[in-house]
Design a protein around this ligand. Structure first.
Ligand code: SAH
Ligand code: SF4
Length: 404
């Protein structure tokens, strides 16, 4: 009987060890090879089968036969703060971007304290960290990676370059995980990939199946082995898929909600998805998310001058969120050339934050990282919507509220 072809509907990079077993059985390979192949791809981030030196040559040749590329790492732009924006060209030539945000920690590292307080792109930040710190004399550099799930985005948020561009296509799970594998190859010595945030281009829950599989792969203990609570999915609020995510991963995956307004009229003007899933429904969905003890949902609130930045809006937000276990990240809007909207004055940001912190919320102003390479939120779209040079430079988390 003819051997079954190795390549089937599931891309090799998207296969779980069990699926590798099934695929390899068709080639007459022994079962232990499945885990070996999976480890080569995910744990060692090896995408060239010829370099999988423990495998027989015939198997190496067959592994990726007929499979498409997960993407090609083109360039890496390094910002003054060491944030790196990696440009990846997909198999059809579509460009996507993924961002590496290093954060120095470890004994004696001055940067550790400063950056641990700023709750920047790492929504899966350390106040939820109950893991013991490794005791090492050397400072370690923990890296948060921000990944994309679609080319463009269908959600049409008016302040976001991806939304303005519209949806070009979904990424496959292998392309989502591929960003992490390509980035692992590009880490600096001493850097450790610690957090992954689904905050690049696209709406992850609009591409649910690929997102779900990518989460399974990134957190697989035989692969990259990221802790589930160190992986955060950010969504504009697709209520049914929030429930699916909660059920599929028992609430272990970090959840960030792009709220951006506390009343329906304002939110619908900024985020068309609100017409489908208005705030009351979204808040019910968040209350039902099976959040583990001591964990919180991250609320992202992009401050857009003249739209959602008044202290009265902050008070509405306090009322809306009462009863939910949340922490709030305020993001002064990063300007995009496709829109005349922009960030409020710094004093306005502080006043907004003050309302929230004085009501007892943990609330941080997200420090902008990688500005000089246009790697900040909402700027990740090389689709004709080129970001403007920023004019807003203040950063940090003034008036830090208590954590916990
Ligand atoms: N689609 C998902 C994840 C990607 S966007 C979501 O919307 O949550 C990641 C975050 O960047 C979201 O909170 C989004 O609202 C925010 N964002 C988008 N454009 C921005 C901009 N121009 N300035 C600041 N934040 C922006
Ligand atoms: Fe899409 Fe998120 Fe941008 Fe809205 S903010 S358009 S959901 S990527």
């Amino acid at each position: 009987m003819a051997k079954a072809p190795l390549s089937d509907a599931i891309h090799p990079v998207a296969r779980t060890p069990d699926e590798w077993s099934a695929a390899l059985a068709g080639l007459g390979e022994r079962p232990f090879r499945a885990l070996e192949v999976f480890r080569w791809i995910h744990r060692r981030a090896e995408l060239d089968p010829e370099r999988m030196t423990t495998l027989p040559k015939s198997l190496r040749a067959a592994l990726f036969e007929g499979a498409t590329s997960v993407g090609q790492l083109e360039t890496s732009h390094r910002a003054a703060d060491d944030t790196r924006k990696l440009l990846v060209t997909l198999r059809d030539g579509a460009p996507i971007e993924t961002v590496l945000i290093p954060r120095v920690s470890g004994p004696g590292s001055a940067a550790a304290t400063a950056s641990e307080e700023d709750a920047d792109a790492s929504a899966a930040d350390d106040e939820d960290d109950d893991e013991p710190e490794a005791t090492t004399a050397a400072a370690r550099v923990r890296v948060t990676q921000c990944i994309s799930t679609q080319v463009g985005c269908a959600m049409g948020c008016v302040f976001c370059a991806s939304g303005v561009a519209g949806l070009k296509r979904h990424l496959g799970p292998e392309e989502i995980v591929g960003q992490v594998l390509l980035a692992k190859q590009a880490l600096d010595p001493g850097e450790e990939l610690r957090n992954v945030v689904y905050m690049g281009m696209g709406e992850p829950l609009h591409n649910y199946e690929a997102t779900r599989r990518s989460l399974e792969l990134l957190t697989h203990p035989e692969g990259i082995g990221l802790s589930k609570r160190r992986v955060t999915v950010s969504t504009s609020g697709l209520v049914p898929e929030i429930a699916r995510l909660g059920a599929d991963f028992e609430g272990q995956i970090g959840l960030a909600i792009s709220l951006h307004a506390a009343d329906d009229e304002q939110r619908s003007a900024l985020m068309p998805i609100n017409r489908k899933y208005p705030l009351a429904e979204l808040v019910r969905g968040l209350a039902a998310y099976p959040l583990p003890r001591r964990r919180r949902i991250t609320i992202e609130y992009t401050l857009v001058a003249g739209h959602n930045d008044a202290p009265s809006e902050a008070k509405k937000l306090v009322r809306l969120l009462s009863g939910l276990r949340v922490k709030i990240n305020l993001i002064p809007m990063n300007p995009i050339s496709a829109s005349s909207l922009g960030p409020p004055a710094w004093e306005r940001v502080l006043s907004f934050q003050e309302v929230l912190t004085s009501s007892g919320y943990s609330c941080f102003v997200r420090r902008r990282r990688g500005d000089d390479v246009s790697a900040a939120c909402g700027q990740l779209a090389l689709l004709g919507a080129k970001p403007k040079v920023r004019t807003f430079t203040r950063s940090s988390s003034p008036g830090k509220a208590e954590r916990g």
